[in-house]
Design a protein around this ligand. Structure first.
Ligand SMILES: Nc1ncnc2c1ncn2[C@@H]1O[C@H](COP(=O)(O)OP(=O)(O)OP(=O)(O)O)[C@@H](O)[C@H]1O
Length: 341
């Protein structure tokens, strides 16, 4: 599709001197990460990963430590070169970019936000935010205008003249976000940007980021260890293991249809109430079947929390409609089953 902003096709990253031989061996003989290490002294960072992120989407990548998340994401601005595969950003082959085009990709098209963003301690907050604009040669007045606007977006107006060590951890992260946005990149790569923060601040920053994302329509790849965060933010979620994508889908798909025990372990204990929809848990109506007219009705897109509310007030089955006509029913048994997973 034309609105794909990031496309990765069959990307492999194998670290080590014999990476090409190791890559051929893994393609021909399907060796595991462990076997590649033993036989070729190479580490598989990313194994045959393909994905597309469209304009305005937030693509979340999850996986245990060492599963390859950071290595994969760093291919997008070519901080890492692939052993094989193609990475396209805004229809450009990233690995074919040279000198000025590559610099442009890194400084203007793609912004990065990390956990513990390093701010420059001897610069004020506003001068930290305006850094990329200064490097581009923008005048002081103009870059301060842009930086002030970005500080406002992250609710830090009034803090521009302070120094980083006067700010809390959460405020520093917000300055980091404002700095990334001041460069106005089309793409944001976020590597666990909120994970060092306490849960309340983290939640606030997530909400702020979601709001900004809707307004600014940035295309984002977001690494997180926290499934709640991925569910809250992600248009799609990918689960990685040993360099591979084990499953890619919406939060609802990942939680209700985990493809294996590894994914099932990730989603264990996640509340389904705001995630799973009536359409997913209903029994479809058979041809000619009509639900009792007295049964209460919800929409197929309504979540389990809504079904529970309705079930508190009515004993019988609940009708599910597509907005025009009934398409299924949910019994108490179906509902309890869906809530307990
Ligand atoms: N420069 C490197 N040289 C050799 N191996 C590397 C290098 N960078 C990463 N690796 C290996 O690649 C694999 C993936 O690492 P990566 O840092 O991408 O994982 P991650 O999922 O981001 O982990 P974490 O959640 O801990 O940040 C690991 O086995 C790691 O040891």
């Amino acid at each position: 599709m034309t609105d794909a902003v990031i496309e990765c096709r069959n990307v492999w990253k194998i670290f080590g001197e014999n990476s090409k031989e190791a890559h051929s061996a893994v393609i021909e003989r399907g060796l595991s990460k462990k076997e590649i290490l033993e036989q070729y002294r190479c580490v598989v960072g990313v194994a045959d990963v393909s994905f597309t992120v469209r304009q305005g989407e937030i693509f979340c990548i999850m996986g245990l430590s060492g599963s390859g998340k950071s290595t994969l994401v760093r291919h997008i601005n070519r901080l890492v070169e692939p052993t094989a595969g193609v990475i396209r950003v805004a229809n450009q082959d990233v690995n074919a970019l040279e000198g000025p085009q590559l610099r442009q990709l890194r400084s203007q098209s793609v912004g990065m936000v990390f956990q513990n963003m390093a701010l420059l301690p001897h610069r004020t907050v506003i001068d930290n935010v305006a850094l990329s604009l200064e490097l581009r040669g923008m005048s002081r007045a103009d870059r301060h205008d842009v930086a002030l606007e970005k500080l406002r977006l992250v609710s830090l107006d009034g803090w521009g003249d302070r120094y980083p060590d006067e700010l809390s951890g959460g405020m520093k992260q917000r300055v980091g976000l404002a700095r990334a946005m001041a460069a106005d990149p089309e793409i944001l790569l976020m590597d666990e940007p909120f994970s060092a923060l306490d849960p309340l601040i983290r939640r606030q920053l997530q909400e702020q980021f979601l709001d900004l994302s809707k307004v600014l329509k940035k295309t984002t790849v977001f690494i997180t260890h926290d499934l709640d965060e991925a569910i809250r933010l992600g248009t799609h979620i990918a689960i990685m293991k040993d360099g591979r994508f084990v499953q890619v889908g919406t939060a609802e798909q990942i939680v209700t249809e985990p493809v294996d025990d590894y994914v099932a372990d990730f989603v264990k204990g996640i509340s389904r109430l705001e995630l799973v929809s009536a359409g997913k848990v209903m029994q479809p109506l058979a041809a000619g079947q009509t639900p009792a007219p007295s049964s209460p009705s919800v929409l197929a897109s309504d979540k389990l929390s809504k079904l529970l509310q309705v079930a508190k007030e009515h004993d019988g089955v609940i009708t599910v409609s597509d907005g025009k006509r009934p398409v299924g029913v949910v019994s108490r048994y179906d509902l309890l089953n869906a809530v307990s997973g």
